[in-house]
Design a binder for this molecule. Structure first.
Ligand code: DQA
Length: 142
């Protein structure tokens, strides 16, 4: 089962960036743990700060992945182009937000992406990515 994680802008700074909101762990360290937890999966991770590159990756992965886990960061709240890319691909996308966006500024309360996703996981910290994997496994029946 092939699962691709795509992280958007500023998520390369996890561990350093506002640790009171996003935690102390780097995504590289978290991904290593995740990778070991699911040796049966073809699990990949990609990060970009650029909207167009995220769209390119959705196109690249979106016709072969069994699931895509997408945290588009602030683009989630603004990007019609990323929403269109999610609509354009057959692979199911689960939207993840590390923080509870609903407990934060009003402009984080709406996502342009959610309506086009197979599910949304919000406010569970980095565990949200693992929960998204569990959702894909459950849907596949394993
Ligand atoms: C985020 C929430 C967004 O509002 C913010 O712009 C991010 C991270 C999250 O994972 O909680 O960059 O997507």
């Amino acid at each position: 089962m092939k699962i691709n994680i795509i992280n958007g802008p500023n998520l390369n700074l996890l561990g350093k960036r506002e640790p009171q909101i996003y935690g102390q762990e780097t995504f590289v360290d978290f991904f290593e743990r995740l990778y070991k937890l699911y040796p049966q999966l073809d699990l990949n991770y990609f990060q970009s700060n650029s909207e167009g590159v995220i769209i390119d990756k959705l196109h690249d992965f979106g016709f072969s992945a069994d699931g895509i886990i997408l945290n588009a960061g602030a683009y989630s709240h603004t990007s019609i182009a990323i929403a269109d890319a999610i609509k354009a691909i057959p692979s199911p996308v689960v939207e993840v937000h590390i923080s509870n966006v609903f407990a934060r500024e009003d402009y984080r309360h709406h996502s342009m992406l959610s309506a086009h996703c197979a599910g949304v996981i919000v406010g569970c910290g980095l565990e949200g990515y693992r929960l998204a994997i569990e959702l894909f496994l459950m849907r596949q029946g394993s």
